[in-house]
Design a protein. Sequence first.
Length: 320
Amino acid sequence: MVKLNHVRVYKSEENLPREDQLAHKIAVVAADAVEVTPEVTEMVINRVIDNASVAIASLNRGPIVAARAQALTHAPTTNGKGAGVFGITDRVSPEWAAWANGVAVRELDYHDTFLAADYSHPGDNIPPILAVGQHVGASGKDLIRGIATGYEIQVNLVKAICLHKHKIDHVAHLGPSAAAGIGTLLGLDVETIFQSVGQALHTTTATRQSRKGEISTWKAHAPAFAGKMAVEAVDRSMRGQTSPVPIYEGEDGVIAWMLDGPDATYDVPCPRPAKPSAPSWTHTPRNTLPNTRPRPGSTSPASSMPSTPRQRTRPTWRRS
């Protein structure tokens, strides 16, 4: 079954209901108790091994050394076990493990890649979700479900929304997908995941200048920062803190920026160029997710995501 969702900019006084907001729909997907198939489980394990392999290959490079040193200054609290960092035996707080491991995974850019309306490395979801899983002592089953959600959300956001042409870095898709994956891992309710997704998007919407001009070490840090922000967003939301709403459709939100640019205004009359047609999203079954191919030098073979039917399907978004 395919379900079409039309997304547009709403003025604040229109009070778009929560259940009609894209962030809420993402949260509903993340909170769905549907199980992953054996084929998806196998591919998630494959991606975790792939991530670890490329991380180890980069352990002595400058960005990783710096990120690891930062992480080591943040020991875990008594509220959790902490999370491991590639290359050392010490455990650190989960957001800083997500930071250090995210840099290690991305530095060489040899992990999996998915190209559609925008660019993405879905494997960037693994460090933050894994860090939280280690911190809370989650089961392997819950970890796999969380990572599968991260992949599902990111792949479909990348299919639906091109951030590149609007000068927004593609890690703005990673913050929400990682937050959603952590929500699945922890078994959080829809409202908490909804607030987490909104906070994660709001704090990770940055420009693409890190990939233009003189390339700096921040290129490797950018996705790790998004993962760290996702962990922090979930933590804050679990403590009752809220997000800008609606985060995608608001008059100063992400879709408004894409349609009208940063100088647009909705509260005073002024002539503006005609808007392009508003983007819309369709739901497709999770069990038809496409293959994410490893980059050259990766140890993982190219495989396709599962296509076997399940009793239940989870909605995803892609541009129609």
